[in-house]
Design a protein around this ligand. Structure first.
Ligand SMILES: *[C@@H]1O[C@H](CO)[C@@H](O)[C@H](O)[C@H]1NC(C)=O
Length: 308
């Protein structure tokens, strides 16, 4: 058996027994939300250098390419942000766990060019870090908390045309862009993803800080139990408007489903600091959500065979 045959055999086996969740394949992915137009929420106008579809990948020559160099002023000197690449005290360990900062990518080994890590999908029209704290991957976690839509008699409602059950997920309206989103957030240094998922949901959708202690205890116990069993629906690169050529978002999206509606499904929601609104939102293909959140929601709808 030659190497070629062996390679394809292994590939087929990986696909059969491999991960049941979606994992972005590294090289031929495209990104849309971090190309063209302007960098979001910059203190001045920061125009992205144009990158046509066929010029995204680094292996395609693009000699005219002159990305706009932009790192937001507000991230400089922050404890959660890296220093400049050239800073004498900065010795990043790329593609590995660097102290308690995870610089490993979910999509594989990323390249380093002239000291700078390269976006694994390709060109974005902006170099530098934009408003992201880390050079290279910036790790987030997105808890997708779902329940079935029910009538006032507490019966599961079926959609009038598809006659399928309707999934609802906890959505927050972001304070910054006013877009609806999954209540996710950044993985803190040294934190395990399962902790991030629970912490972010607590902070953003149950407003842990604004609650009375007696309510908190009950919610705390319910949420802790509920967050013990989740199913990963996506792990990889995020097509995020903040991405640059040298810094990008990656996430692990995990579905936590309340089948009976008696657990987290009955807790009163309350928007936390980073959100202006929170609610149970019906799942369907017409939703307009932040970054590539719609794709994670679609994966959950598929998994649960709900109306789409
Ligand atoms: C971008 O600007 C910073 C700070 O002015 C500089 O250190 C860095 O080398 C520049 N990056 C590129 C790719 O030119």
């Amino acid at each position: 058996m030659n190497v070629f045959v062996l390679y394809h055999l292994l590939l087929a086996l990986t696909q059969m027994f491999g991960a049941s969740f979606r994992q972005a394949s590294q090289c031929r992915m495209m990104h849309f939300k971090c190309r063209g137009g302007f960098y979001p929420r910059a203190e001045n106008t920061v125009a992205r250098f144009p990158v046509p579809d066929e010029k995204i990948h680094w292996d395609i020559d693009y000699p005219e390419y002159k990305p706009t160099n932009y790192t937001a002023a507000h991230i400089k000197g922050q404890s959660w942000a890296d220093p400049e690449i050239s800073h004498p005290s900065f010795h990043p360990q790329w593609n590995q766990l660097d102290g308690n900062v995870n610089r490993k990518s979910h999509v594989g080994v990323y390249k380093i060019e002239n000291l700078f890590p390269l976006n694994p999908v390709g060109r974005t029209g902006v170099c530098g870090r934009g408003c992201l704290g880390r050079w290279g991957p910036n790790h987030a976690a997105d808890p997708i908390v779902t329940r079935w839509k029910r009538t006032s008699n507490n019966e599961i409602e079926l959609h009038s045309t598809s006659e399928k059950k309707i999934l609802q997920f906890v959505a927050i309206q972001r304070r910054d862009t006013r877009e609806w989103a999954i209540p996710g957030g950044m993985v803190d240094p040294g934190e395990v993803v399962t902790t991030t998922l629970k912490r972010e949901f607590f902070e953003e959708a149950l407003d842990a800080l604004g609650r009375k202690p007696e309510q908190l205890n009950e919610a705390d116990a319910i949420v802790a139990k509920f967050f013990e069993s989740g199913e990963t629906v996506y792990k990889g690169y995020v097509d995020d408007p903040r991405n640059t050529d040298n810094a990008w978002m990656e996430t692990v999206a995990v579905n936590f489903h309340d089948e009976t509606g008696l657990s987290v499904g009955k807790l009163p929601l309350s928007a936390g600091d980073d959100a202006v609104n929170v609610r149970w939102m019906d799942v369907g293909k017409d939703l307009e959500l932040y970054a590539s959140h719609i794709e994670f929601i679609e994966a959950v709808a598929e998994k649960r065979n709900s109306h789409w």
